[in-house]
Design a protein around this ligand. Sequence first.
Ligand code: SF4
Length: 146
Amino acid sequence: MGALRERFWERPLADLNRAEWEALCDGCGRCCLHKLEDEDTGEIEETNVACRLLDCSTARCSDYPNRKAFVPDCLQLTPSLAGKLPWLPETCAYRRRAEGEPLPRWHYLLTGSREDVHLAGAGAAGRVISETKAGPLEHHIVEWSD
Ligand code: SF4
């Protein structure tokens, strides 16, 4: 996996080792929520409906190592993809670094607390419902305060 180098999050995404790449995630859980795309305009709307594997109380994947076996279309984020996915939240550390932006000031690598993403209102913990219970996505459109 490799060791975490000092202030590794300031390096280009392509320079990060596996451990650094994984550590960059702030744990917001919002990439694990369903989105709706307008067929005509391409506009993307977010919902509060989570992938079946997301623990809705913590916003962490309940089976991250084996997630592909249960959710085959779960996307594997890569350095080249990180800046090309408009549905990633603007606060996503991968998206921000791909766009040359610094981490959000509440990111746990800066503050030392993994709770800060949720205290800042950027995380999904306690604010989402599983797709196994939600019903139609159209009833669950939400706006997050990026
Ligand atoms: S949106 Fe980005 S920072 Fe948030 S959980 Fe997904 S990969 Fe991690």
